[in-house]
Design a protein around this ligand. Sequence first.
Ligand SMILES: NC(=O)c1ccc[n+]([C@@H]2O[C@H](COP(=O)([O-])OP(=O)(O)OC[C@H]3O[C@@H](n4cnc5c(N)ncnc54)[C@H](O)[C@@H]3O)[C@@H](O)[C@H]2O)c1
Length: 437
Amino acid sequence: MNRRAFLQSSSAALAAAQTAPARPVRVGVLGTGNRGTSLTRRMLELGDVAIRAVYDPNPEAQARAQDLVASVGQPKPEGYRGDAASEVWKRLVERDDLDAVIIASPWEYHAPQAVYAMRAGKYPGVEVPVAQTVEQCWELVRTSEETGVPCMMLENWSFRPDNLAVLKMIRAGLLGEIVHCHCAHGNDCVGRTPWYFDRQGNPRWSGFYLMGRNCDQYPTHSLGPVLSWMDIGCGDAFDYVVSMASRSLGINNFFSKTLGPDHPAARRHYSQGDIATSLIKTKKGNTIVVNNDMQLPAPYDNRWRIQGTEGLYCEERNAIYLWRRSPKEHEWEPFPPYMEKFQHEWWKPVSRPGGPSGDQLAQGHGGTDHQVLRHFLRAVRERRPTPIDVYDSVNMSVLIPLSQQSIAQGSQPVKFPDFTGGRWATRKPSFALEGQG
Ligand SMILES: NC(=O)c1ccc[n+]([C@@H]2O[C@H](COP(=O)([O-])OP(=O)(O)OC[C@H]3O[C@@H](n4cnc5c(N)ncnc54)[C@H](O)[C@@H]3O)[C@@H](O)[C@H]2O)c1
């Protein structure tokens, strides 16, 4: 599905009506940079949310979020601030008037802040990825199991309308038995968006990761829909991975052309290869290719393709082929009619008095930011499990350290930890089941 069609479809979609809340969900936000601010805006548009407190070491980022909340008539949230090394954020988490904490801080803080939130009885809604190391993944799992507090990584691409329609088709058996999938995160965050480095070539917090390690740095947008398409954690599980990375030329080339060949950013050593490719084998014997492609000039793309014994879906072609169903044998047919027919109930147009407008709902990654937050906040409100649970969150994120290890060892296979302790074989799929409101 191309971006234009995606945005058109999502602008038509309104969130399903929410059940009447007894009181607003009370939220604190850790990290009010670009993402924390946009999540705050989206929560305010959804309504039934009270933003009580915000933390950011950067005074401008903090004030911007406070003003945003005040601009919709809510009391100005209390601000907490300390230098990057300080642990002032813990005071926000410890407040006794919060139900949930949204975590949109730099990557290294996600797991410690989520663990602290669970121990304080607050649902963490954590930006991607939820963890950086295998140890952090285990700590998240154990803390959630011990405390009984769910932990949800806010992976918005799991909620895309096209991906959910594909999920329904898979569950209806139209693709037969699934055997293989391809996915990618193709997003030029060097040249298109100055996310890893500023335009003067200085590394932002994220850029230091590209300088210091070689791996799939950002696997969750690729894997988000794949988890539910392939029943990972509930019927199947990742078994092992082999990874390799290409040469690292893109960042030096970009800064050489934009700042000059002698500029320090053009001459600096970057550990991260331009394209990191991982090949995952699942316990059932299925295979998944995952590309990380974030530093070469290219349009945004996810390259999702999922294939079974009876057919396949190809996101790049916006097409599908179903053996013995498609009109012409072994020829693609357009996906949009299927997307309409298998539209997930989450994307059916239902308006709610006082709820967000269609224009508002189309904001934020085509409306998926509203979806991911709406379902997280609903779980908080009803004190029930989150749609993406702690096992899903760590399964998507653990590819970071495992791919790093495999690449460093010359593409040796690396085993995935079994975070469910064997329960993946008997757990039933629960993500995006319809008829549950
Ligand atoms: N899901 C998506 O589509 C999506 C999109 C963009 C970013 N993200 C994720 O959001 C997170 C934030 O990215 P961003 O683009 O907003 O970065 P950013 O640099 O704009 O914001 C990060 C903010 O965190 C603050 N901060 C620093 N130390 C902190 C700490 N200990 N606790 C809390 N805050 C702290 C910084 O001052 C900054 O304002 C990242 O994890 C990123 O991967 C997700």
